[in-house]
Ligand binder design. Sequence first.
Ligand code: NAG
Ligand code: NAG
Ligand code: NAG
Length: 212
Amino acid sequence: METYFTVLLVSILLMSCCAAVENTNCTSDANCTTINSECDTSISRCRCGIRFYDSGTNCQPRGYNGEDCTDNVANSCLFTGQLVCKNDNKCSCPNTDTHYWDATSMTCKPKKPLGGDCSAAIECLVANSECATKCQCQVNIYDTDNADSGGTCEPFGGTSSEVSVGKELEANVTGLTPGVMYTITVISVDSNSRSAVQKTSPQPVNQATSMF
Ligand SMILES: *[C@@H]1O[C@H](CO)[C@@H](O)[C@H](O)[C@H]1NC(C)=O
Ligand SMILES: *[C@@H]1O[C@H](CO)[C@@H](O)[C@H](O)[C@H]1NC(C)=O
Ligand SMILES: *[C@@H]1O[C@H](CO)[C@@H](O)[C@H](O)[C@H]1NC(C)=O
């Protein structure tokens, strides 16, 4: 009795899994009663319409970027080969760290380095960057490589020896040990335009501190 019950339960679970719509024979769409299903006359089986997927019980709309889907269910997102269903049951590009969804071409495109043309911040690859017409560092953050393109965006004070002096022509640097030779590098940031081309004085100034 117990064995029979278990077998019955398993067969009910199997039946309710995975392809409820495709199990139905048909000769025309009228035979396919599940909402948003249709008859695939080449195999005489019902299937979900092209913009829908079989959730196991009914036909659900396939998700656009950011929309709902079912993890591990093939084609539960639109744009097969581009969008995938992540384990949070949302559609997105396979790697959102390196790629963004481009709604115009309906494809996942590689994010852009500093200096790359952009129309939204999501297109910019580097942390602490933003989009003007090109990817650039955010306010009060500087481009480490001092070049038209590439580099990373680092906040002032990002390393222990960096001192932000603000908008000054002169600055007092404190906390130095007398008698020690320091290399002082001046990093200047064009914070008005923050264009990708940021002029800095790349030559370090060697400055010994005096004892008094
Ligand atoms: C569906 O069709 C197949 C082949 O035509 C047939 O063997 C099967 O019994 C049918 N199933 C149902 C549920 O009508
Ligand atoms: C499909 O519907 C037609 C018309 O109602 C019916 O004659 C036929 O038996 C149905 N076929 C299946 C496989 O249900
Ligand atoms: C630097 O320190 C000197 C002496 O304390 C002071 O007179 C001067 O205004 C300071 N300069 C700046 C830019 O803070």
